[in-house]
Design a protein around this ligand. Structure first.
Ligand SMILES: N[C@@H](CCC(=O)N[C@@H](CS)C(=O)NCC(=O)O)C(=O)O
Length: 215
């Protein structure tokens, strides 16, 4: 059975976790406790040389890097597809996925570490606003970025936007995006994977500890 190395509070692990559940792929959970620094244990470093989760091992094949894992799962397990066939739809899904990965992930550290009155936090919030406006335009009147069906774009972006919201960014000025997040949260895979308030607090503490140890 596919082995999934992850931590439930790791946002990048959650992308893969949601995809496994949405695609209904059976897997064995192996939790790497990042707070206890289990990612640095020699046995795990053999599997994950950069001490990161997520990692999967499937039929003896080790895959690391969340986006590479998502592509692997989509190609290896075609049921419950998460990528559209149509060229324009696929471009939309990939744009959302890459913008979320390249632009949105980086704002999370500022949301956690900057003080309420810091200019950097103001800049971060303006950047999030621009990204959400772009997402809303792309979504149009569709339920998902994949059209009628959820896609890898929805998973990568939805996971980040829901976290940004839980970290204090108000979505009330972005009604379309708020409704899309609510739609995602009605799905079983999302209810199983999204952190509650207590877990978000723990995530903030762990990340803050990591940032302090690096400074
Ligand atoms: N580019 C990698 C990054 C993975 C990553 O940074 N994972 C974090 C958790 S979200 C981690 O394992 N941190 C522990 C560490 O770096 O020691 C991916 O997309 O999979």
């Amino acid at each position: 059975m596919l082995q999934f190395y992850y931590h439930p509070l790791s946002p990048l692990s959650r992308r893969v976790w949601i995809a496994l559940l949405e695609k209904e792929i059976p897997f064995e959970s192996i939790i790497i406790n990042l707070k206890e620094r289990e990612q640095f244990k020699p046995d795990f470093l053999v599997i994950s040389p950069f001490h990161h989760v997520p990692v999967i091992i499937d039929d003896g094949l080790r895959v690391l890097e969340s986006l590479a894992i998502l592509d692997y799962l989509e190609n290896k397990y075609p049921d419950n597809p998460l990528l559209p066939q149509d060229a324009a739809q696929l471009a939309r899904v990939r744009m959302v996925q890459m913008v979320a990965n390249n632009e949105l992930s980086s704002v999370i550290i500022s949301l956690i570490s900057e003080r309420e009155d810091s200019p950097k936090l103001g800049q971060t919030k303006r950047k999030i606003q621009r990204i959400l406006k772009f997402f809303a335009e792309l979504l149009g009147n569709d339920d998902y970025f994949g059209g009628d069906n959820i896609s890898l774009g929805d998973i990568v972006a939805g996971n980040a936007v829901i976290l940004v919201n839980k970290l204090g960014f108000d979505l009330s000025q972005n009604q379309k995006i708020k409704e899309w997040c609510d739609r995602l949260m009605q799905r079983e895979a999302w209810q199983k994977t999204q952190p509650n308030d207590e877990q978000v607090k723990m995530f903030k503490q762990t990340l803050q500890k990591l940032l302090n140890s690096q400074s």
